[in-house]
Design a protein around this ligand. Structure first.
Ligand SMILES: *[C@@H]1O[C@H](CO)[C@@H](O)[C@H](O)[C@H]1NC(C)=O
Ligand SMILES: *[C@@H]1O[C@H](CO)[C@@H](O)[C@H](O)[C@H]1NC(C)=O
Ligand SMILES: *[C@@H]1O[C@H](CO)[C@@H](O)[C@H](O)[C@H]1NC(C)=O
Ligand SMILES: *[C@@H]1O[C@H](CO)[C@@H](O)[C@H](O)[C@H]1NC(C)=O
Ligand SMILES: *[C@@H]1O[C@H](CO)[C@@H](O)[C@H](O)[C@H]1NC(C)=O
Ligand SMILES: *[C@@H]1O[C@H](CO)[C@@H](O)[C@H](O)[C@H]1NC(C)=O
Ligand SMILES: *[C@@H]1O[C@H](CO)[C@@H](O)[C@H](O)[C@H]1NC(C)=O
Ligand SMILES: *[C@@H]1O[C@H](CO)[C@@H](O)[C@H](O)[C@H]1NC(C)=O
Length: 449
């Protein structure tokens, strides 16, 4: 028996809200605001391409489903725009523009070069080109930018200038999170959710905004202090629920799933820290309909340092045969992670941050956990958790366990999207997959293309 620290549901939810997302491990922005132009040459947007194999319906796939991913500008050196499997998507979110204290939205200079190429490639493939604003490190000033009527009008005009300058088909607001400190130093107010709604309504009223795709990336629980979300449902096309980072070495007491499909079936010694099932229930109960919910799914997993004894119950690696559920881990020791895992550093708040310890799906292949076809490599131990529908892989030699997602778990998530009548999936991030193993699994199960 080992000691197990119980966490109450309330504090577990707070932990989930505080969990950093890997959507933010890129660089922080120092670039000046892009110069607004008045040229405003609007693109023809989706639906006007010809000869494309992509779904040609402006609402999404052939039956309105959304097949979406985030494309991280800061990974374009390794995963360039030309590597995007455009014909498997209906929309792509460019990540990321960040908020600034003066109300502007800033893009790194490299993004100012890449974004037009991204939009052009999306449009030539009949895919919606959307810009994400915010992210874990970029949400500092949403609260002040949306604080007053005049601030919201200015912000809406700023957004429309971006739309015109870059011929965008939509905007994705990744505010992590309204009425919460987020990374730690976000401007914060109890009025945030209401001000966010008022801003979105103001944005929708701008000339040319009625046909924009507007979305918000959210946590697994509704924004703090909001009980009725129906107003958001009438102004947003959809939300993407970021069902990842639910368990992680920086905020959990035992090893657990990064992206659980379900949690109501968890053993009583595990903390229900959120899941696709619980998130959809929570958002629906608060008035946000399931058919406007896109399920955010991760291309990466979290690595944990776990002794052979904790991982398997065996005294030595040679006796290890199976993995136990929810084992303890070495809290002081980070897993190395793959080439994209963030190094230790200092965040936008000036606080020290530990190394990321994450593995993209390709990173699991790269580091010998998985074979190139996505199956578990020889000498590694595997456990598939039936409740959460998520896999674990363990290397007894390096003593690293990774809670990740594979083709099986992505097919389960896709089947759930279909059975629950959700609007589709959103992959963070498109460059994290390996030969589209994850993408093809979820697309096949959703049946959207
Ligand atoms: C697009 O999808 C919507 C919703 O499923 C449907 O009503 C509409 O007929 C479709 N339009 C085209 C051009 O396929
Ligand atoms: C990008 O595409 C090229 C050509 O298909 C391929 O050789 C390369 O491995 C891809 N890179 C990544 C990171 O997927
Ligand atoms: C918000 O509006 C106030 C005045 O109402 C102004 O002082 C402040 O600079 C504005 N903030 C931003 C970020 O635009
Ligand atoms: C929205 O409508 C305007 C005017 O008809 C058009 O120019 C623009 O391309 C459309 N945008 C999208 C994203 O469909
Ligand atoms: C989640 O688990 C509950 C049992 O706790 C079960 O009734 C339900 O069907 C599960 N949902 C999914 C989508 O697996
Ligand atoms: C938690 O409970 C499950 C199911 O009863 C069990 O298999 C597992 O070993 C327990 N984990 C710990 C850390 O006690
Ligand atoms: C996957 O790759 C491994 C290693 O090359 C091989 O042994 C296995 O048969 C392959 N599995 C499938 C289903 O192709
Ligand atoms: C979309 O259409 C496909 C093919 O007809 C179908 O299998 C799938 O269930 C539909 N998806 C949704 C979410 O309705």
């Amino acid at each position: 028996m080992r000691a197990f620290t119980w966490i109450s549901l309330i504090s577990a939810l707070n932990l989930a809200l505080a969990a950093p997302t890997c959507k933010a491990k890129g660089k922080t922005s120092t670039a000046a605001a892009p110069a607004p132009t008045s040229s405003g040459t609007s693109s023809s947007g989706s639906g006007s391409g010809s000869g494309s194999t992509t779904p040609s319906n402006s609402t999404g796939g052939s039956n309105g489903t959304v097949a979406l991913a985030w494309f991280a500008g800061y990974h374009a050196d390794v995963f360039p725009i030309s590597n995007i499997s455009w014909n498997k998507y209906t929309a792509m979110n460019y990540f990321v523009a960040v908020t600034a204290a003066d109300g502007s939205v800033t893009l790194e200079s490299s993004d100012q070069t890449l974004l037009p190429q991204f939009v052009q490639a999306a449009h030539s493939n009949n895919v919606k080109a959307i810009l994400t604003v915010g992210g874990w490190t970029g949400s500092q000033y949403f609260s002040s930018d949306f604080a007053t009527d005049s601030n919201r009008t200015a912000a809406a005009q700023t957004m429309m200038k971006l739309v015109q300058q870059y011929s965008l088909d939509g905007l994705d607001f990744d505010w992590e999170y309204p009425n919460a400190a987020g990374i730690g130093c976000n401007v914060q107010s109890t009025q945030d959710p209401q001000n966010f709604l008022s801003f979105l309504q103001e944005l929708r009223k701008q000339p040319g905004a009625d046909n924009l795709t507007l979305s918000a990336a959210t946590g697994v629980t509704p924004w703090a202090g909001v009980t009725d979300l129906s107003g958001f449902a009438s102004v947003l096309d959809y939300i993407e629920i970021m069902n990842y980072d639910v368990y992680g070495p920086g905020w959990s007491s035992v090893v657990g799933p990064n992206s659980p499909l379900n949690d109501t079936c968890m053993p009583s010694n595990a903390t229900q820290a959120g899941s696709a099932v619980s998130a959809v229930a929570a958002w629906s109960q608060a008035g946000f309909p399931a058919n406007q919910i896109v399920l955010g799914v991760p291309s990466y997993g979290h690595g944990w340092s776990v002794s052979v004894q904790d991982a398997t119950g065996a005294a030595s690696a040679s006796d290890a045969s199976a993995l136990v559920a929810y084992p303890s881990f070495n809290k002081g020791q980070a897993a190395p992670g793959d080439k994209w895992a963030g190094a230790a550093g200092t965040d936008v708040c000036g606080n020290a941050t530990p190394a990321g310890g994450t593995y993209e799906f390709w990173g699991l292949v790269d580091n010998g956990f998985l074979n190139g076809n996505g199956t578990v490599a020889q000498g590694k131990l595997y456990r598939y958790d039936e409740c959460t529908q998520t896999p674990y892989v363990y290397d007894p030699t390096s003593q690293v366990m990774v809670a990740y997602d594979d083709a099986t778990s992505f097919a389960a998530k896709g089947a759930y999207i279909k059975s629950a009548g959700l609007k589709g999936f959103a992959l963070y991030e498109t460059g994290g997959d390996y030969n589209d193993i994850l993408l093809d699994a979820i697309t096949g199960a959703v049946g959207s293309s």
